[in-house]
Every structure is written in structure tokens, then in C-alpha cells.
Design a protein around this ligand. Structure first.
Ligand SMILES: [Zn+2]
Length: 248
């Protein structure tokens, strides 16, 4: 392990541009359940049911039922970033990272202080007014405190939508995310088994002939064979702290 950590630090030091790609694994260390994990809602409620309700058409036609479900299962407790989130913010601050592309919607990278974050599935801490000329934004506390199930805009009274990508919607910042990954010399995947598209697709497309891939994840991923270095760990925070020390 020590050797893998030292080698990872060396690759980062020599990289012209490094981008980090994060998945649910980094947030489970902060206490956020992985939707697709063993105790996640996909397993508990059935993926079909979740996909039917957390869906843009369902939201438009049945906002009451949508929000009943959403408030019950997508209401993140006040979770603080993990050590891993903080280490990544510090590495960016010191010029080792060009940015983070994340599939997480928990806002924890931003909370930890990372500046360049592309949350391709949106941000569950934000809600957007659906009034086409309004589009006012609200934070989660407005919605939690709202007296009715379906939250409405205080300006125009239109319905608010969680600022997350629902099934049936395109991911956010597709072009930016892809460009950032493709223009990098090194991509470090953290806490993702690389099965969820389009992120898995970006990383797959990335050429391991001219670009380097490092994977830090608990368990196998679909691209282990292509990785220059693979670190199997469930203590990402500690691993990142050690890598950071070697960068100094
Ligand atoms: Zn409005």
C-alpha cells in the first residue's frame, strides 16, 4: 500500500493536468447512503419504482406524489464533508488538481471548499422555480420548512424542482465534464465502480495510451485492467492524506 501511495503521488507531481472523478463511495465515508449499495433505496424499493417516480414526467404530472416520495428518501441529513472531500479541496488549492467531476448530488465537495466542481447529476441542496421567466433558486431549508408537500416559489408561485437530474433528463454540463476529462493527463477515479453512464463512458473513452488512470475504490471496477494504479480501500480519506503528504 505504501508503495502504491508513493507512486500515486509521483504520477500526480508529474501530471500536466489532473482531474478527479468521484462517485458514491466518497460520500458513504461521510455517512450518505449509496442509492445503489446494499442498503440503498434501489435495493429496498426496487430500481423500477425509483426510476418511475424520480422521473421528469412523473414530477410534471404528479408533483404531490413525487414530493411525498422525494422528501422521504432524498432528504439528506445535515452531513459534513469527509476527510477525503477536504483533502481534495486542499490539493486543488495547492495546484495539484484542475477540478472534480462528480456524480454525487450531496454538495459535499463544494462544502469542503473545492472550487471547480462539475456535479453532472445536479445538487440536491438547491431547488429551482419552474416558472420559465422566473427560475428563482432556493436552498433545501426553504423546502424543508415549506408548509405544504409541494414547495412553491415565493415570487411567482410556480412549483420548485429539485436541482438534480431526474430520470428522463439529460445530465448537466455534459460538454464541460467530457472536455475536462479528455484534456487531462491524469484522471483519478474515487469511489465509483464505473458502471453508471455517462461518467463510465467518459473514462472509457479516455485513452490509457497517452493518459493515465488511477482508481481508488473499495472493490473491483470495470476499468481496473486499464488502470496504471489501483488502490483498494474503504478509507479513502486516510489514503488521500498520505498521498498529499508525499506531494509536499
Ligand atoms: Zn418563481
Amino acid at each position: 500500500m505504501q508503495d502504491l501511495i508513493r507512486r500515486t503521488a509521483d504520477v500526480i507531481k508529474n501530471s500536466r493536468q489532473t482531474v478527479v472523478v468521484t462517485g458514491a463511495g466518497i460520500s458513504t465515508e461521510a455517512g450518505i447512503p449509496d442509492f445503489r449499495g446494499e442498503n440503498g433505496i434501489y435495493r429496498k424499493l426496487g430500481e423500477d419504482r425509483v426510476m418511475r417516480i424520480i422521473n421528469i414526467d412523473f414530477f410534471r404530472h404528479n408533483p404531490e406524489e413525487f414530493y411525498g416520495f422525494y422528501r422521504q428518501y432524498f432528504n439528506f441529513p445535515a452531513v459534513e464533508p469527509s476527510q477525503a472531500h477536504y483533502m481534495l479541496a486542499r490539493m486543488e488549492q495547492e495546484g495539484y488538481l484542475a477540478g472534480i467531476v462528480t456524480q454525487n448530488i450531496d454538495n459535499l465537495h463544494q462544502k469542503a471548499g473545492s472550487k471547480k466542481v462539475i456535479p453532472i447529476h445536479g445538487n440536491a441542496e438547491q431547488f429551482v422555480c419552474q416558472g420559465s421567466r422566473c427560475q428563482a433558486r432556493y436552498d433545501a431549508s426553504y423546502v424543508l420548512d415549506y408548509p405544504e408537500t409541494v414547495p412553491r416559489c415565493s415570487v411567482c408561485n410556480n412549483i420548485l424542482k429539485p436541482d438534480v437530474v431526474l430520470f428522463g433528463e439529460n445530465i448537466y454540463n455534459y460538454v464541460d465534464a467530457r472536455e475536462l476529462i479528455m484534456s487531462s493527463q491524469l484522471v483519478i477515479v474515487i469511489g465509483s465502480s464505473l458502471t453508471v453512464y455517462p461518467l463510465a463512458g467518459f473514462v472509457r473513452e479516455f485513452s490509457t495510451l497517452t493518459q493515465d488512470l488511477i482508481i481508488i475504490n473499495k472493490g473491483p471496477t470495470s476499468l481496473d485492467h486499464a488502470a496504471l494504479i489501483k488502490i483498494d480501500t474503504n478509507t479513502t480519506g486516510t489514503v488521500l492524506e498520505k498521498i498529499y503528504k508525499h506531494l509536499q
